[in-house]
Design a protein around this ligand. Structure first.
Ligand code: NAP
Length: 268
């Protein structure tokens, strides 16, 4: 069996590829032979990750430093890669803030919609069309377990993640009979730089998934499943919540958020 690069061709584009789950995908795809485009805000971290990929895997890299909450991000990305064939797209960046929904500012709501909805849909459409034209390629959109069942105090985030899941699962069917593979990945708590900075001690001994576990499960699911909840514990938890009356499940999520995020809940 050949590499993923031989199967899908071209370059990989990973948004938020400088650390965390995005970096995990970038490393995994570089190991499969892909040249990789990485986007993120901080140029120095992008440069360090790109250097790591070049030195460790002998691939080419391109970096694009931009803040995806700012209008025009979509056009900047298209411009930065217009000379490349993107064979593997990972839509990974998200924007979130835990807060009571009514305390989120209008600007915060708009940014969550722009980053988590607009950018994911536009990049999937733009590069998906090119892949359909070539009849090969792969799209992985990173959603979240929180997109499965309402999560009070994280309403915009989980609603936008639900959008990503439904959009991507629909696209999976539409491209099912082509050589373009589509998957939405739904991580639970995963030990990334971003997650650990915001949640150093929460969830007690409930455990946490490593980035490598999350990536391996995702790559294994690609080409077979439309959506994949990573981490066995998460699959068990979601199955348990789905078996409850809806209001009971939402209440459990809401009370869990209240107990964990009390200090972080504030106007956004
Ligand atoms: N970790 C978890 O437990 C978990 C659980 C469920 C879902 N997820 C999802 O997994 C994805 C990645 O999460 P993560 O935990 O790996 O995050 P992370 O460790 O914070 O990494 C985020 C990446 O995105 C970049 N980024 C963040 N904000 C950006 C912005 N406004 N514009 C451009 N780039 C930006 C960061 O670089 P810069 O900071 O330099 O911009 C970094 O490369 C997200 O979609 C998240 O919702 C994560």
């Amino acid at each position: 069996m050949g590499t993923l690069c031989e199967k899908y061709g071209g370059w990989a584009l990973v948004t938020g590829g400088s650390q965390g789950i995005g970096k995990g995908f970038a490393r995994r795809l570089a190991a499969e032979g892909f040249d990789v485009v990485l986007t993120a805000r901080r140029q120095e971290i992008l440069d360090a990750t790109a250097l790591e990929l070049r030195e460790e895997f002998g691939v080419q890299t391109r970096t694009l430093a931009l803040d995806m909450t700012q209008g025009g991000a979509i056009e900047q990305i298209f411009e930065a890669v217009k000379d490349l064939e993107i064979g593997f797209l990972v839509n990974n960046v998200a924007f979130s803030k835990p807060a009571p929904f009514l305390d989120l500012s209008s600007g915060n709501i708009s940014k969550q919609v722009y980053v988590n909805v607009e950018i994911v849909a536009q990049l999937s459409s733009h590069f998906g069309r090119q892949m359909r034209e070539r009849d090969r390629g792969a799209i992985i959109n990173v959603s979240s377990r929180t997109g499965e069942i309402a999560m009070p105090y994280f309403a915009m985030y989980c609603a936008t993640k639900s959008f990503i899941s439904i959009l991507t699962e629909s696209l999976w069917f539409e491209l099912k009979n082509t050589q373009v593979d589509v998957l939405v990945v739904k991580p639970d708590q995963t030990a990334t730089e971003g997650y650990l900075a915001k949640n150093p001690t929460i969830w007690g001994d409930a455990g946490i998934q490593t980035v490598e576990e999350c990536i391996e499960e995702s790559i294994s699911a690609l080409g077979t499943y439309a959506g994949w909840l990573t981490w066995p514990k998460s699959r068990d938890d979601v199955a348990e919540l789905r078996a409850m009356p809806l209001e009971e499940a939402i209440t459990r999520n809401g009370e869990g958020m209240l107990s964990v995020f009390t200090e972080q809940l504030g106007a956004g």
